[in-house]
Design a binder for this molecule. Structure first.
Ligand code: GTP
Ligand code: MG
Length: 198
């Protein structure tokens, strides 16, 4: 359960991230997928992370400390069509540096909009995480936008696609920040991992 959630700082580079070495969980995925909304839902704070209908709202590495014992990180989204090549290169360097070198990073949550067929940009990113040996989970977002059958069919299609390259599927969560569903399982997962590290 989340008892307290506080913004710590925004960093442009991994070197600027908070020094405190407590377990850290990062949320990433395509721009507009719902990262900041999910963080607000999980922490039960409407405006903790800034959300927006315009992609590219989150442009820095944002640290929040939860229950004074672990970090939750809102990363800038990738695959934002209207951004320049330079911005894309900056994003890549910033997040890859962060993901590779951040020592207390325990797990990355890759958010995927459940309405869409598997996108190359996500699959490439997931593949890269695997090659770098960075533990990750998948979170399907915006499930309120689909009916039950379509939802099930999209999720199994996604998992089948992943099974083409992965023997074992990563932990998967199914969420809606609008209907506030699926969050408890994510928090339970985090608590379990934290307990295993303690
Ligand atoms: P960037 O910071 O730009 O990378 O975006 P983000 O991934 O943080 O997305 P954000 O949380 O700002 O949400 C983008 C849009 O999707 C907003 O208009 C949200 O209201 C909407 N949204 C987010 N989560 C959900 C959800 O579960 N259901 C529905 N229907 N809409 C959602
Ligand atoms: Mg955001």
């Amino acid at each position: 359960m989340i008892k307290s959630a506080e913004f710590v700082k925004s960093s442009f580079k991994v070197e600027e991230c908070p020094e405190q070495m407590i377990p850290e969980y990062a949320f990433t995925g395509r721009s507009n997928v719902g990262k900041s909304s999910l963080i607000n839902y999980l922490t039960n704070r409407r405006k903790l992370a800034k959300t927006s209908g315009t992609p590219g709202k989150t442009q820095l590495i944002n640290h929040f400390v939860i229950n004074n014992s672990w970090f939750l990180v809102d990363l800038p989204g990738y695959g934002w069509a209207k951004t320049s090549k330079t911005n894309k290169a900056i994003w890549k360097k910033m997040t890859e540096d962060y993901l590779i070198t951040r020592k207390n990073l325990t797990s990355v949550f890759v958010l995927v909009d459940v309405r869409h067929k598997p996108q190359k940009i996500d699959l490439t990113f997931i593949q890269w995480l695997g090659e770098e040996g960075i533990p990750f989970c998948i979170i399907f977002t915006k499930t309120d936008k689909l009916g039950k059958n379509q939802l099930q069919s999209n999720i199994s299609h996604y998992q089948k696609t992943l099974q083409n390259t992965w023997e074992e599927l990563p932990p998967t969560f199914v969420t809606s920040s609008v209907e506030k569903t699926g969050g408890e399982k994510i928090l339970n997962f985090i608590e379990k991992v934290n307990a295993s590290l303690a």
